[in-house]
Design a protein around this ligand. Sequence first.
Ligand SMILES: *Cc1c(COP(=O)(O)O)cnc(C)c1O
Length: 492
Amino acid sequence: MKPQRERHVEGEEPLEGLDPQDWPAFRAQAHEILDHVIDYVEGIRERPVWQPLPDAERALIRGESLPRRGVSLREVHAQFNRLVVPYTVGNVHPGFMAWVHGGGNVFGMLGELLASGLNANLGGRDHAPIEVERLVVRWAADLFGFPEAAGGVLVTGTSMANLMAVLAARTHASPQVKQRGVSGPSLVAYTSAAAHGCIARAMDMSGLGVDALRVVPVGADHRLCLSALSEAIERDRAVGLRPFLVVATAGTVETGAIDDLVRIGELCSREALWFHIDGAFGALGMLSRSRSGLFRGIERADSVAFDFHKWGQVPYDAGCLVVRDQAVLLRTFAAEQSYLRRESRGLAAGAPWPCDLGPDLSRGFRALKVWFTLKVIGADRLGAAIDLTCDLASELGRRVDAEADLERIAPIALNIVCFRYRFARHIDRENAALAIDLQLSGMAATSTATIDGKLALRCAIFNHRTRRHDIDAMIDTVLELGRARARRLAET
Ligand SMILES: *Cc1c(COP(=O)(O)O)cnc(C)c1O
């Protein structure tokens, strides 16, 4: 017989901690809530891609003071449905082509749910969740062709992974920095003009300074110009500076360009520089059968930063840093006194721990949603979904090239298409406004990017749900809104 549960008496300590008083009622509601979110994803096409959060709803969210007394789960869920669900950014929707966002997936969603049920802390200690994370990192290392000695950790995203790579490269070049801080001949790093802004931020946060990052020009293909890189390194050496790091990009945010990884890798070996690749979305292009060749040279890198939450479609957030030689991460992040003295048996065994490989101590079980995603979907199907986004981008490019009112303004390397409407006047301003018109239409969303001084609508196709008719609907809406705008422009 089940023990009778004590009723919670007003004003007294609840006898069962913070768990529900009525488990069967909670269970029923939890099932309903799960059904609701499954309905949301299944029915995503019925919704607008995005709609602005109205002032009244915003005020309701902002105006709430700390709830001193709890309300029912039903009430909180109803509020969530009313105030939050309709006003998300829209990246689950197949019409979302703005920014480099993944579409998520429901298997990963369940992984996330289960991870929070287990409430595992993956900072350290000896338990199966850490083995799952090690496995996921191993899969990535193998995908990139890294040796057995490779290692890494999951982190929030590539911004963090890039920062950690800069720190690892810095420690590798100048081991005493860890103890004494930055001093002596200045360390300098190199990246291309098309690199993500977080590389400069990493230089800032590492204490090396943004000025110690040389921004190398790109060619017409938006890839780092190798001769300019060599010259910059030579110039810096000549004045007594210490080149230590080259950050190549495999899939730039603006055009999807992939730097020449083979030749940059050769140059880094020759010059004894750390070769880091920002492969935030692109690195998982290695899963694609037809396009993995574009990433040749990735196997030469000292480190690769990438996201499972972009092309990998794992729910946010799931970034990763993989380093060719895990020992460098240990030298960079481990507090040696503690990790060398860990137990060989018991709960405190299993060193090194993830907290020795990065800056975080307490860490969630991000790896579980990656594990669920990769195991249920399989790497080949994920690769095929990646291919499809590239194929759709090529089709979109052809469609843009065929429309007299549109002009494509960058080559298509992968899944990103940059184009603009040919307004007669104020072309940048009008295209920026057109991007907003499109977002407000709820039909589709693109963002903007400035390419060679021209403001473009940037269409980044990342969502695995996006199909050809979504692309057609987007272009049709752009043309319709663009024509309306052009007419108004002609009248003024
Ligand atoms: C998205 C992106 C980043 C930043 O990654 P986060 O996961 O958003 O931190 C860095 N570099 C490139 C090329 C990106 O596409």
